[in-house]
Ligand binder design. Structure first.
Ligand SMILES: *Cc1c(COP(=O)(O)O)cnc(C)c1O
Length: 345
């Protein structure tokens, strides 16, 4: 017998809907390594237009999207400045050192947001015996900080700093769509400040596979070469790109529902005194739940929740993490909140 878990582990667990599968089935395809997959080409054009960039490139994963961008921006021995909790530094298995010979230079942000003064201090003097500060990478929304949104003013200031310092500026926008529906700021406006942008189709948007890189024509031509080198050249990928198209057309606005569900969940959990919740960080579809005062280790908390039918993941130190998405209803969220009340209230 399969148990019907409320799966709050990640917005990556979403499964393609019947309508999305229908779009995949009908997709026209060709060999994308030859640039001949019409559906991939349409998807790339659509994302380039949405982000206001000259060109875009479809890739298998968000990790590969980020890593290709880093490769294009840097030379071995360079530094990339990034926030301590970011995906690039924590969840890409050291790929930037492995693939590009990069030395990460991490600084601590406030709820994941790097402050301009701290970035300034991290930029190296231009001396031949020091690493070159080649790139600044921003994550919006910030996953590990709990789905927090970068203020556009901060992005603008960081952009100006990178221009003055002649550094590249990369956006890990795996969940940029979430920031956009929450703030009303368009993807184009956010993207305008960056040389390269990576976005995921397989998180809250619900496609089974895929990310897209966007930038100048020249940037994307270089990226295409590294995509092949990194093993990301796909053939009749249109069948997957069709799911991405469907996701962009149908599932962006509804991310607001995920945010509403998460705000409800956060408020409910805030009433439980043994849990530590920073509601100011609950801005989109993620929550970090501090469990230190429950007297239990996070692993135990996860096991107790699972036994009652709710799946979550580990957070940072002494915390667990929940994510709302397309495949959890408001009722599921209410049920998950009552499980927390039952166990820890
Ligand atoms: C999920 C995610 C990625 C990419 O993940 P893949 O699993 O490789 O697709 C990149 N950055 C952030 C912030 C993410 O949350």
């Amino acid at each position: 017998m399969t148990v019907n878990y409320i799966d709050l582990r990640s917005d990556t667990v979403t499964k393609p809907s019947p309508a999305m599968r229908e779009a995949m089935m009908k997709a026209e395809v060709g060999d994308d390594v030859f640039g001949e997959d019409p559906t991939v080409n349409i998807l790339q054009q659509k994302v380039a237009d949405l982000l206001g960039k000259e060109a875009a490139l479809y890739v298998p994963s968000g990790t590969q999207a980020n890593q290709i961008c880093i490769k294009v921006h840097t030379q071995p021995g360079d530094e990339v400045i990034m926030e301590k909790g970011c995906h690039l530094f924590n969840y890409e298995t050291g790929a930037l050192s492995f693939l590009s010979g990069i030395q990460p230079h991490v600084i601590e942000g406030i709820r994941g947001v790097m402050q301009v003064e701290d970035v300034k201090k991290a930029i190296r003097p231009k001396a031949y015996y020091m690493p070159r500060s080649a790139l600044l990478a921003v994550e919006n929304t910030h996953n590990r900080a709990g789905g927090t949104i970068y203020p556009i003013e901060t992005i603008r200031e960081l952009h100006n700093l990178t221009r003055a310092e002649k550094m590249g500026f990369h956006l890990d926008g795996a969940r940029l769509w979430n920031a956009c529906v929450e703030t009303g700021i368009s993807p184009k406006e956010y993207a305008a400040y960056f040389d390269s942008v990576s976005v995921c189709l397989s998180k809250g948007l619900g496609a089974p596979v895929g990310s897209v890189i966007a930038g100048s024509k020249e940037f994307v031509e270089k990226a295409r070469k590294f995509r092949k080198i990194f093993g990301g050249g796909m053939r009749q990928a249109g069948i997957l790109a069709a799911a991405g198209m469907y996701a962009l057309d149908n599932n962006r606005e509804r991310l607001k529902d995920d945010h509403a569900k998460m705000k409800y969940f956060g408020r409910e959990l805030s009433n439980i005194s043994s849990l530590s919740i920073d509601m100011e960080a609950v801005q989109t579809n993620i929550i970090i739940i501090g469990v230190e005062n429950t007297g239990r280790q996070p692993e135990e908390v996860l096991a107790m929740l699972k036994a009652k039918g709710a799946l979550l993941t580990m957070g940072n130190w002494m915390s667990v993490r929940a994510v709302t998405h397309l495949d959890v209803s408001m009722d599921d969220v209410k049920r998950a909140a009552s499980i927390f009340h039952e166990l820890f209230g």
